[in-house]
Design a binder for this molecule. Structure first.
Ligand code: KIV
Ligand code: ZN
Length: 389
């Protein structure tokens, strides 16, 4: 695989599904897994099999259904978890067990009530046990973002020796700054013996709105897998959003990264996940929000009508959105009104446009958005017929 190929690990069905009120049934999870596979995701984290019989059943069903992508199951560094994950992944063509434990002082002292040495031993034992079931074992160092780099490097060195193939460096609490997170990945790349045998992975949460920036800093410093979710859903403020990192790499060829994602399927995937999970997407969400390709101010509309690229850096078709939207509001100018009128069949002369625009402003002041039926009504009142010149 090319040196600059970035693996996309989607955790919509695991970290994404942990969101309150976001329960999916097995059929819905299979439907989403099929969509993720068609989208070109490399690894699908299907669930956390020990967490409930329902989750076990879903991971097992997804393992049977998915043919090309790797199917991954989460576990803690606990034997029963690992054995259960292995059982749920039994039918997967490409199974991966994702196991790990907290490595920060905060987690070791207060959550695990343990010591650094004991955690290192548990990490190695967990990876060895997972390795007895599957070849592909990913280790996560929970709260790696706040873990001392020197200790983190020691743990990673030990789990590589035990057989880990992928090393996940989660910024579990979304605390890191991009430079800090990037430097952590660089440190690990340069200081962990045997690192060439494993892939470093980013897993960034969005508590400070930095998940996407941190993931990109991670790959710029040597990580080759990004863990992310559709629409950025996930614990608390969410995870890195798949559509954002993928489109950053696509729109910046200067970064020279590649993914296997078929970007024109992004929008339909976002809609499917939002509808099945009952989680609306905020209108101003990058790439997939309802307003991501909508223009409402007169200055912007004038530019976009003359040349789309004046105010759009992404062609909407590249993410599966049909066209940019010119939204008519009281901030719209004549160019936008003429453009929208033309779209519904009215070719206005300058005089006609003056009259229509004056009436449009009255309507726009009383309504948030002027739609095609309002425009038709204005044309009727101004006695302008379709295809008039
Ligand atoms: O955020 C996190 O640390 C996680 C791990 C379980 C991978 O989701
Ligand atoms: Zn997470």
């Amino acid at each position: 695989m090319a040196e600059n190929r970035i693996y996309i690990f989607d955790t919509t069905l695991r970290d994404g599904e942990q969101v309150p009120g976001c329960k999916l049934n097995t059929e819905q999870k299979i439907e989403i897994a099929h969509q993720l596979e068609a989208l070109g995701v490399d690894i699908i984290e299907a669930g956390f099999p020990i967490s409930s019989p329902g989750d076990f059943k879903s991971v097992e069903a997804i393992s049977r259904a998915v043919k090309n992508a790797t199917v991954c199951g989460l576990s803690r560094a606990v034997s029963k978890d690992i054995e259960t994950a292995a059982a749920a992944l039994k039918y997967a063509i490409r199974p991966r067990i994702h196991t790990g434990i907290g490595t920060s002082e905060m987690h070791i002292k207060f959550k695990l009530k343990s010591t650094q040495e004991a955690i290192l031993e548990r990490s190695v034992a967990a990876v060895k046990l997972a390795k007895s079931f599957v070849e592909d074992v990913e280790f996560y160092a929970e709260d790696a973002g706040r873990t001392d780099n020197e200790y983190l490097a020691r743990v990673l060195e030990a789990v590589i020796k035990a057989g880990a193939t992928v090393l996940n460096i989660p910024d579990t609490t979304g605390y890191c700054l991009p430079e800090e997170y990037g430097a952590k990945i660089r440190y690990l790349k340069e200081n962990v013996k045997g690192i060439h045998k494993a892939i470093l992975s980013t897993h960034c949460h969005n508590d400070l709105g930095l998940a996407t920036a941190n993931s990109i800093a991670g790959i710029q410093n040597g990580a080759r897998q990004i863990e992310c979710t559709i629409n950025g859903i996930g614990e608390r403020a969410g995870n890195t959003s798949l559509e954002e990192v993928v489109m950053i790499m696509r729109q910046h060829p200067d970064l020279a990264f590649e993914t296997g994602i078929k970007t024109p399927m992004i929008y339909q995937t976002s809609r499917l996940v939002s509808e099945r999970m009952g989680m609306p997407v905020q209108p101003n969400k990058a790439i997939v929000g309802a307003n991501a390709f909508a223009h409402s101010s007169g200055i912007h509309q004038d530019g976009v009508i003359k040349k789309r690229e004046t105010y759009e850096i992404i062609n909407p078709l590249d993410v599966g959105v049909d066209h940019s939207k010119i939204v008519l509001t009281a901030r719209s100018g004549r160019a936008a009104v003429a453009y929208r009128a033309k779209n519904i069949g009215y070719n206005l002369t300058k005089d006609q446009l003056d009259k229509v625009y004056a009436q449009f402003l009255e309507v726009a002041d009383s309504k948030k958005e002027v739609d095609d039926s309002d425009l038709n009504h204005i044309m009727a009142q101004q006695k302008i017929g379709v295809l008039s010149t």
